[in-house]
Design a protein around this ligand. Structure first.
Ligand code: ADP
Ligand code: ZN
Length: 713
């Protein structure tokens, strides 16, 4: 098996032009029958590493995967590109189990996904042994390690699998592997002389930025509005905050849903599902949200408060941009977050608390630091960034502007710390620098200090932030429980003028518009955004009609390439990134007319300006008319939008306003029928119910009733 054959498979099924370097190595290791461990960051393309060899080789590959929801998405994705795939787990209904069994017997399955708990059952292993297995892939392999962040005891049973298949090659895949976890995986899976392939953990498509929290809602809206129509996750520290912020966003017309551990499981699952399917654009959540989210097109992750460790931040922000396209990670913090976490963590035993507080400190330093964010994150995991300017963080992009006379200001601050004999904390030091005449200052005679009032032209909160920045750069240090400030050796060098500290301008006085990241400007180059938006609407319609996640139709990267290439026929359509033979056959006839119409109807060849920042006017008007009791057909006529589009608006309207009663839009008899069906299928996910009912009931009222029921249960 050579690389050309593998590349041809990638082109035929996935429509990608080339393999990434590490993917090629990983695939050749599989076809060469040796064991391997592959460490690729999220979005690095791990799945292709085993999916392509599975297609190329005789027999069938077994893929062990920890989450039922992810398994289903993977299998749907493979089928959508014309690859025979199936999964076996507890969610299968009896007839589905039988169908899978038959497909396996006929040899139609190239990849079989199984949950680890299946593998302890001797009868299941015996069943697998009768099949022709090419190799075994372990997805999320770090779940086997107790040192990992996501240990799953059932993964330990994989040792049994290895014993049962001594001559079959095993391959582990993970995004997070410290050397310790890496060794643990190799040992626990008894990998035989594994080839260990490790890529850089950097995610160059993620644009990191940190801001002090001043006006939270405005700061959140700044991100949300720039990404209108795109998916995002907003993390809050507390459940109460989740509820509050969610309400505020909805009041502004943004389709946001809450998610936290205090909600009942059913409601949580529905909101997660709705987010995955692109019905809801925004999830406002506590950290309880995340596992099981494989949505590739999350375009932003906002933290409204500081996470408790850099590991957590990396995990949570890393849920953005899995598809490799640019995505924004914005962190809002304030000194009070530190105190909040301290209180929350207080219950831990002394040893754990000590470690937790260290991690909390590191996280706080990240917030106040003025070094490239990618660099700091990589540093933390023991890696070095290979370039000086990452082109994808607030600091490197110059979106956070530096103070010109930083050295002078830093010297004033450091000498004030020294004059105070290193017995004061940041707040008191700030007080002196601003020239306060508070009683405690006068009483101590500190208004006589030469450094008193040295920075009186700057507001106190700004001086506070600068002090933190000097601490994180190692010019000042904090001592003891009361954070008494001291001047370090490096700080003394700086006072002598030997060092060049960096200080940030406060956010409000920054003048420049935000600069786009390198990744963003590259991936939008030549893309007709108006056409892109049309294609995205079309994708959403198709996805809703078929009740599949939108990304299984086409990923954002494909739509952008389509809006750039503007194919006019099937041959050209097949050249678009991410369009393989099956997708071409399935979708060319739907997408080409939209592209042709757009091209024909365009004005003087000027690309239309993107309506991304503008709210959807028709949608707003439709919401008003629903309020007035108009029905779908009337609104469709009034607005000149298709019935299907207006139905979409109606679903959004129901969700946004948490409407529970479908009777204004759906016939009572049909309501009853649907409700009965939903009860009959118990807690089955809505899409299964829809699948069962399709054909019997028109999908439109079905969707409306289901949307209403989402708020009751
Ligand atoms: P991971 O599992 O490592 O997070 P995925 O396997 O989900 O990553 O792949 C991330 C994205 O990159 C997917 O959208 C995938 O289709 C795309 N991708 C993978 N390999 C390639 C390639 N060789 N060329 C272009 N896109 C690719
Ligand atoms: Zn940077």
């Amino acid at each position: 098996m050579n690389l050309d054959a593998l590349s041809a498979i990638v082109k035929r099924h996935w429509g990608y032009e080339s393999l990434r370097p590490l993917q090629a190595k990983a695939m050749l290791r599989i076809t060469g029958h040796g064991d391997s461990l592959v460490v690729l960051p999220t979005g690095g393309g791990k799945s292709l590493c085993y999916q392509v060899p599975a297609i190329a080789m005789e027999g069938m590959a077994v893929v062990v995967s920890p989450l039922i929801s992810l398994m289903k998405d993977q299998v749907d994705g493979l089928r959508a590109v014309g690859v025979g795939a199936a999964f076996i787990n507890s969610s299968l209904l009896p007839h589905e189990r039988r169908e899978t069994h038959e497909a396996l017997q006929r040899g139609e399955v190239k990849l079989l996904y199984v949950a680890p708990e299946r593998l302890v059952k001797p009868e299941f292993i015996a069943y697998l042994k009768k099949l022709n297995i090419s190799f075994i892939a372990i997805d999320e392999a770090h779940c086997i390690s107790q040192w990992g962040h996501d240990f799953r005891p059932e993964y330990r049973t994989l040792a049994t699998l290895r014993e049962a298949f001594p001559d079959t090659a095993f391959h582990g895949y993970t995004a997070t592997a410290t050397p310790q976890v890496r060794e643990d995986i190799c040992a626990a899976l008894s990998l035989k002389e594994p080839e260990v392939l490790v890529a850089s953990a950097d995610r160059p498509n993620l644009v990191y930025a940190v801001e002090r929290r001043s006006n939270e809602l405005a700061q959140v809206l700044d991100v949300v509005e720039r990404h209108a129509g795109e998916s995002g996750v907003i993390y809050c520290i507390t459940r109460k905050k989740v509820e509050e912020l969610c309400e505020k966003l909805r009041a502004k017309g943004h389709p946001a849903l809450p998610y936290h551990a205090g909600m009942d499981a059913g409601a949580r699952e529905r909101n997660q599902e709705s987010f995955s399917k692109e019905g809801a654009e925004i999830i406002v959540a506590t950290v309880a949200f995340g596992m099981g989210i494989d949505k590739p097109d999350v375009r932003y992750v906002v933290h409204t408060g500081m996470p408790k460790s850099i590991e957590h931040y990396q995990q949570e922000s890393g849920r953005a941009g899995r598809d490799g396209l640019e995505a924004e990670c914005r962190l809002l913090y304030s000194g009070s977050d530190f105190g909040l976490w301290k209180t929350i963590l207080q219950d831990q035993d002394a040893a754990t608390l000590k470690i937790s507080l260290e991690k909390l400190n590191e996280m706080y330093n990240y917030c106040t630091d003025v070094t490239c964010r990618h660099q700091v994150l990589l540093d933390y995991f023991g890696e070095k960034l290979e370039k000086d300017n990452c082109g994808a963080c607030d600091l490197c992009l110059g979106n956070a502007e530096l103070v010109e006379d930083a050295r002078v200001i830093a010297q004033k601050i450091a000498s004030c710390v020294a004059r105070l004999d290193e017995v004061a904390g940041p707040s008191y030091t700030t007080l002196i620098l601003t020239g306060s005449r508070e009683a405690r200052v006068i009483d101590k005679g500190h208004d006589k200090l030469s450094t008193w009032g040295l920075l009186r032209e700057h507001p106190a909160p700004v001086i506070r932030t600068w002090i933190e920045q000097l601490v994180s750069q190692g010019y000042l240090c904090k001592k003891g429980e009361y954070n008494i400030l001291g001047v370090t050796a490096r700080g003394r060098d700086m006072l002598r003028g030997d060092e060049m500290p960096r200080l940030l301008k406060p956010a409000e006085t920054r003048k420049s518009a935000r600069k786009q990241s390198v990744a963003a400007s590259k991936s939008w180059e030549g893309v007709d955004k108006a056409l892109f938006n049309k294609l995205r609407d079309l994708r959403r319609e198709i996805a809703m009609e078929r009740n599949v996640p939108a990304f299984t139709v086409f990923g954002d990267a494909s739509l952008r390439d389509m809006a750039k290439q503007k194919p006019r026929d099937e041959v050209a359509f097949l050249q678009v990134h991410g369009v393989g033979e099956k997708k071409c056959a399935d979708y060319a006839s739907t997408f080409l007319p939209v592209i042709l119409a757009h091209e024909g109807g365009g004005t003087d060849g000027q690309p239309n300006p993107a309506p991304r920042n503008k709210p959807d006017k028709a949608r707003e008007r439709a919401f008003e008319l629903f309020e007035l009791g108009w029905d779908v057909a009337e609104i469709s006529e009034e607005l000149g939008r298709s019935i299907k589009k207006v139905q979409e608006y109606l679903e959004a309207y129901i969700r946004t306003n948490k409407i529970e009663d479908p009777s204004p839009w759906v016939d009572e008899a049909i309501c009853e029928q649907v409700q009965e069906a939903l009860e009959r299928f118990g807690n089955a996910p809505t899409d299964q119910v829809i699948a069962h009912l399709n054909g019997k009931i028109d999908p439109a009222p079905l969707k409306i009733v289901t949307a209403c029921l989402m708020h009751t249960a």
